[in-house]
Design a protein around this ligand. Structure first.
Ligand SMILES: NC(=O)C1=CN([C@@H]2O[C@H](COP(=O)(O)OP(=O)(O)OC[C@H]3O[C@@H](n4cnc5c(N)ncnc54)[C@H](O)[C@@H]3O)[C@@H](O)[C@H]2O)[C@H](O)CC1
Ligand code: K
Length: 501
C-alpha cells in the first residue's frame, strides 16, 4: 500500500473531487460516514459519552460531520470548537451550519475557557488538526492537548493525532495528542511507523474514502507499506520438476568461539525458507555444533580454531551471508575484503560484518552493487554516524544506499528496507521478536531467498515480511515472552502458507 506525503494527499483529494465530479464536502461526508461506521461497530450496544474536539479547518469539519451522524443515531455528544483563529475552512462552516440546523450548538472554547471535564469511560474524538498542521500547537491549545492526554478517556484521532507533522520530527512532543486509535483516511502515513512518532497514533485503522484509485496507482510514492497482498505478489511458486539445484546454494560465513549458534540459526533459516543447499563456513571449533545441530547443511571450516579467515571453497554459491557472530579479527576483516573484491556472489552483510565495514570505511567502496546490509539501530549508527531524528536517519540511510548502490534493511518494530530511494515498510512482526538470534534468522532468510533467484530488493522486502509473519504466528501460539529465534524458523512454513489465506 502506498504512503503519500502531505502534498500528494492534497493532490489526490483535488483530483478525486474533479474526476468524480463531487464537492469537497461530499468527501468530508464520506470521511465522517467511515468514522461513524467504525465507532458504531466498535461500540456495539455501548453508548458512552462522546466528546468531540474540532479545530476550524477540514479536520475539524470531519469532526462536526461525525458529531451530526452520532447525534442522529442518539449518542450523547458534546462538541468543543477549538477556536484558535477566524480562518475557518468552507467545509468546516458548512458542517457547523448543518449541525445548528439540527438544533445543536457546540461550545466554542478559547484561552479563557475552563478545560472541559473528561472522564473515564468516555470517548474523546480528536479532530483539532489534521494534515494541515504547519507549526507546533502552543499556549492554551497545547494545554488542551495535554489535558486530553492526561484524561482517562479513550482517545481516537481523526486522520492524524493533532500536533503530529507528516513530514518532519515533532518539535514539541508534549503538544501532540497521544491517541489509543487513529483512523486515517485512505492511505497510511509514514510517521505511524517511525520509532519516535508511532506511539502518538496508537493502533491505526485505514478508512477508505474513495480517493481516485487511478491517481493513487499512477502517482509515485516515497514509501510503501508491505502487507499480505503485496508480499503475496513477490512470492515465486516452486515448479513441479524443480530439484535442489534449482533453488541455489547459500553460503553462511560467520561464527566465532562462543557464537556458533548464530550461524546455526541463519543456516536453518536459509533451509526453511526454501534454499536448495546451504554450506556453513565457520572456524574449526564449530564443526560438531553445526554438523549435529543441522544435518541438512554442509560444513566447511576455516584453518583457524576460533575465528573466520580466508578460506578457499570449491563451489560458487548463489548468495553469501557474511558476518553473524564473526567477531572483528584482522583475519576476518581480510576475508571480508577479499569477498568484496572478488565479487563471486551476491552478498548479505550483517552484524560484525557491518561493524567491520563501519570501522574500515574504505571497504565500502568495494561493496558490490545490490549487496544487502541488515543493521539494527546500533550497527546503523556505527555505519552512518549519529542522526538527529528519524527523518534525518532515513535521509542518511537513503543517501548511503544511493552512494554505494546497496540495500539497507533497518531492523526495528517496523523494519524499513531502503533500495533505489524507495522505502518499504514492513507490517508484520511483534515485540516477541526482540530476542537473541532473531536477526540471525532474518539474515538466513534473506540470503536464502537471494540464492533461490529472488532479486536482492525483493528478497529483502519479502524476507522481512516472512520473518515478521513467522514471529506473529509463533507469538499467537506461545505469547510474546516465550518466542525464541528458533520458533521463527519453525513458523516459516506457516508464514508462506498464510500469504494465500
Ligand atoms: N485527505 C483527504 O482527502 C481528505 C481530508 N480531509 C480532512 O482534512 C484535513 C486537512 O484539513 P486542512 O483544512 O488542510 O487542515 P487542518 O484541519 O489539519 O488544520 C487547518 C488549520 O489549522 C491551522 N494550523 C495549523 N497548525 C496550527 C497550529 N499549530 N496552531 C494553530 N493553527 C494551526 C492551519 O493554518 C489551518 O488553518 C485532513 O487531515 C482530513 O482530516 C477531508 O475532510 C476529507 C478528505
Ligand atoms: K486530528
Amino acid at each position: 500500500m502506498k504512503i503519500f506525503n502531505k502534498g500528494k494527499l492534497k493532490e489526490a483529494d483535488e483530483f478525486t473531487i474533479k474526476e468524480q465530479n463531487i464537492s469537497s464536502d461530499e468527501l468530508m461526508e464520506r470521511a465522517a460516514i467511515q468514522l461513524f461506521g467504525w465507532l458504531k461497530t466498535q461500540l456495539k450496544e455501548n453508548r458512552p459519552k462522546i466528546n468531540l474536539f474540532c479545530g476550524i479547518g477540514n479536520n475539524g469539519g470531519d469532526g462536526l460531520a461525525l458529531a451530526r451522524l452520532l447525534l442522529n443515531d442518539g449518542y450523547e455528544v458534546e462538541v468543543y470548537i477549538v477556536n484558535f483563529s477566524d480562518k475557518r475552512s468552507d467545509d468546516f462552516l458548512l458542517n457547523l451550519k448543518r449541525l445548528k440546523e439540527h438544533q445543536f450548538w457546540p461550545e466554542f472554547i478559547n484561552e479563557n475557557s475552563d478545560l472541559p471535564e473528561l472522564n473515564q469511560g468516555e470517548i474523546v474524538i480528536d479532530a483539532i488538526f489534521g494534515i494541515g498542521l504547519n507549526r507546533p500547537a502552543e499556549g492554551w491549545i497545547k494545554e488542551l492537548i495535554q489535558h486530553i492526554n492526561q484524561s482517562k478517556s479513550y482517545v481516537i484521532a481523526v486522520d492524524v493525532p493533532s500536533g503530529l507533522y507528516l513530514d518532519k520530527a515533532p518539535e514539541v512532543p508534549e503538544a501532540i495528542i497521544k491517541a489509543e486509535t487513529t483512523i486515517t483516511f485512505q492511505l497510511p502515513k509514514l510517521v505511524f511507523f517511525l520509532p519516535e512518532t508511532a506511539e502518538f497514533a496508537g493502533r491505526v485503522e485505514i478508512a477508505d474514502i474513495g480517493l481516485d484509485q487511478n491517481f493513487i496507482a499512477k502517482t509515485a510514492s516515497e514509501a510503501l507499506l508491505i502487507q499480505q497482498h503485496d508480499a503475496q505478489r513477490l512470492y515465486k511458486p516452486r515448479g513441479k520438476f524443480s530439484h535442489k539445484g534449482t533453488f541455489g546454494h547459500c553460503l553462511v560465513a560467520g561464527g566465532s568461539y562462543g557464537k556458533m549458534g548464530s550461524v546455526l540459526l541463519a543456516t536453518k533459516a536459509a533451509l526453511r525458507v526454501g534454499v536448495g543447499k546451504v554450506s556453513a563456513l565457520i572456524p574449526k571449533c564449530g564443526y560438531d555444533i553445526l554438523q549435529l545441530g543441522i544435518p541438512e547443511a554442509m560444513v566447511i571450516t576455516a584453518e583457524n580454531e576460533k575465528f573466520l579467515e580466508k578460506t578457499t571453497i570449491d563451489f560458487t554459491p548463489e548468495s553469501i551471508c557474511f558476518g553473524i557472530g564473526a567477531g572483528k579479527e584482522e583475519a576476518t576483516k581480510e576475508y571480508l575484503e577479499q569477498l568484496l573484491k572478488e565479487r563471486t556472489a551476491p552478498l548479505l552483510i550483517d552484524a560484525d560484518g557491518i561493524n567491520i565495514l563501519a570501522e574500515n570505511q574504505e571497504l565500502l567502496n568495494y561493496l558490490p552493487e545490490k549487496s544487502i546490509l541488515t543493521p539494527h539501530p546500533g550497527e546503523l549508527k556505527r555505519l552512518l554516524g549519529e542522526w538527529e531524528d528519524d527523518f534525518d536517519k532515513l535521509e542518511k540511510a537513503k543517501a548511503f544506499s544511493l552512494k554505494y548502490k546497496v540495500i539497507v534493511v533497518i531492523k526495528g518494530a517496523y523494519t524499513i528496507t531502503i533500495a533505489d530511494k524507495n522505502l518499504y515498510i514492513n507490517s508484520t512482526g511483534n515485540p516477541g521478536m526482540a530476542t537473541a538470534g532473531s536477526g540471525d534468522t532474518l539474515s538466513g532468510i534473506i540470503a536464502g531467498l537471494v540464492a533461490q533467484g529472488y532479486d536482492a530488493t525483493i528478497a529483502a522486502v519479502f524476507g522481512v515480511y516472512l520473518h515478521g509473519k513467522a514471529g506473529d504466528l509463533a507469538a499467537e501460539k506461545l505469547g510474546f515472552e516465550a518466542v525464541i529465534a528458533d520458533d521463527l524458523i519453525q513458523h516459516l512454513g506457516e508464514a508462506y502458507k498464510s500469504l494465500f489465506e
